[in-house]
Design a protein. Structure first.
Length: 69
């Protein structure tokens, strides 16, 4: 368990022709844009929805606050 954030050490990496320069255990995907929502479910129904707010110069895994939706 990564208690400091599941995206710790994450970064934006630009891929040109291949992924040979990445470590075999690294996960990569397209960059997602838009709101970051965290949803808690209870008995198959959403019980809490919060939006993560991040400062532009903060690491990708660090949120400055969470706001209830």
């Amino acid at each position: 368990m990564n208690v400091l954030g599941m995206g710790r050490f994450s970064r934006i990496e630009y891929l040109k022709n291949n992924t040979e320069h990445l470590h075999p255990s690294e996960f990569w995907c397209e960059v997602f844009k838009g709101e970051h929502l965290s949803v808690d479910y209870y008995k198959k129904q959403s019980s809490l929805i919060v939006r993560g707010i991040r400062e532009p110069d903060s690491p990708l895994y660090k949120w400055s606050k969470w706001k209830k939706k």
